[in-house]
Design a binder for this molecule. Structure first.
Ligand code: UT7
Length: 335
């Protein structure tokens, strides 16, 4: 019997600590006006010293399990998309595994940055269609705040990022009975742009030591981005992959009920929607409150849209992301 996969639960969690644009303006030369005008962001969440990525992940997962009426023991595999690993190794997924006491199920970290959740969703879909697992947990989890240059030197990058986690449970269902399912996912990458948005150090390619005091002093341990270059690629690649995915699923743009775009910059999403003539009421954004949470942004959107009644069963949902790597991807699901 053929299998298809369906999202049966969504969850999200953001830390309680709110950091406004005015809070940042106390620590660097910036302003609420500049940040809102260029990015649409009003505030973001940062973890407090007692919190960790694993804790964010655990809370998002527990919400997804509750929605699906499932327990931790029902999950057979954990896929985590993140670019802000809790430690160099092992991957962050192992610390989430520990927090949730997940027995001996396999887990792994996937590093495709802001497109990571869609990459992981595609892999979960493949694992389910192949019959290897019945229930896979896919999570995006990021703690950016502890790795940003919170000074005027790093202001172009540090004002956009926030901390958060989003989780979905993907479940197998027999092909014939499938009403809701993952219809299509398309992924792309272009490594020649890898240094346009990256953290250079620590680096195992740096000999004899991967981390030196000089690297720290030079700020090479912080994210660096050629902002305009990334912006230009994002507004081109996102429409491309969205249309490719729709076409592969034999669907039309007008058929889509809700568009969820990666939350890197509200201006990127407005440009994409306007180029594609997507009506604003069909797009749901939450970057204003949470900033750019990289791999966590799309599952957080899914969870919040569900809870706010913007997304209901049977609707056609398109999700599209672009990020460091460069990576870009799009998924089409019947919710
Ligand atoms: O999530 C993964 C993918 N990431 C993205 O897609 C992000 C894409 N890029 C962007 O969203 C935008 O490039 C940013 C929001 C990051 C930056 O906006 P921008 O309009 O590209 O600004 P810019 O870096 O070109 O800087 C313009 C000016 C510069 O001043 P001068 O040289 O014109 O005097 C910057 O020094 O704005 C200055 N600036 C700031 N001023 C106040 C840069 N950052 C800030 C800031 N506050 N935070």
């Amino acid at each position: 019997m053929g299998m298809r996969s369906k999202i049966v639960g969504t969850g999200m969690y953001v830390p309680e600590q709110v950091v406004t644009n005015d809070d940042l303006a106390k620590r660097m030369e910036t302003s609420d006006e500049w940040i809102q005008q260029r990015t649409g962001i009003k505030e973001r969440r940062w973890i407090t010293p007692d919190q960790s990525p694993a804790e964010l992940g655990r809370k998002a997962i527990l919400q997804a399990l509750e929605q699906a009426n499932l327990e931790v023991g029902d999950i057979e595999c954990l896929l985590l998309a993140t670019l802000s690993s809790q430690h160099d190794f092992p991957g962050s997924s192992f610390f989430i595994h520990e927090e949730l006491d997940m027995g001996e199920i396999p887990c792994l970290d996937l590093r495709a940055q802001c497109s990571g959740f869609l990459y992981a969703l595609n892999i979960a879909d493949g694992l389910i269609i192949s019959g290897k697992f019945k229930r896979v947990l896919v999570i995006g989890c990021e703690v950016h705040s502890t790795g940003l240059d919170i000074s005027t030197r790093g202001r172009d990058v540090s004002v956009i990022f926030g901390d958060g986690a989003g989780a979905v449970i993907v479940e197998a269902q027999p092909d014939e009975s499938a009403e809701a399912s993952i219809l299509e996912v398309r992924m792309h990458a272009e490594g020649k742009h890898a240094r346009k948005l990256w953290i250079e150090a620590p680096s195992s390619a740096n000999t004899p030591e991967r981390l030196t005091h000089e690297m720290i002093d030079d700020g090479r341990i912080f994210p660096h981005m050629e902002g305009r270059y990334v912006f230009k690629h994002a507004v081109t690649r996102m429409p491309e992959v969205l249309l490719e995915t729709l076409s592969a699923a034999s669907c039309k743009l007008e058929d889509v009920d809700l568009f969820l775009f990666h939350q890197a910059n509200l201006r990127i999403n407005e440009a994409v929607a306007s180029r594609m003539e997507i009506p604003p009421e069909k797009v749901f954004n939450n970057i204003q409150k949470y900033g750019n949470c990289s791999a966590a942004s799309i599952p957080m959107l899914l969870a919040e849209a569900t809870r706010k009644g913007k997304l209901s069963p049977g609707q056609l949902v398109s999700m599209t992301a672009f990020g460091s790597g460069f990576t870009w991807a799009s998924a089409l699901i019947r919710y």
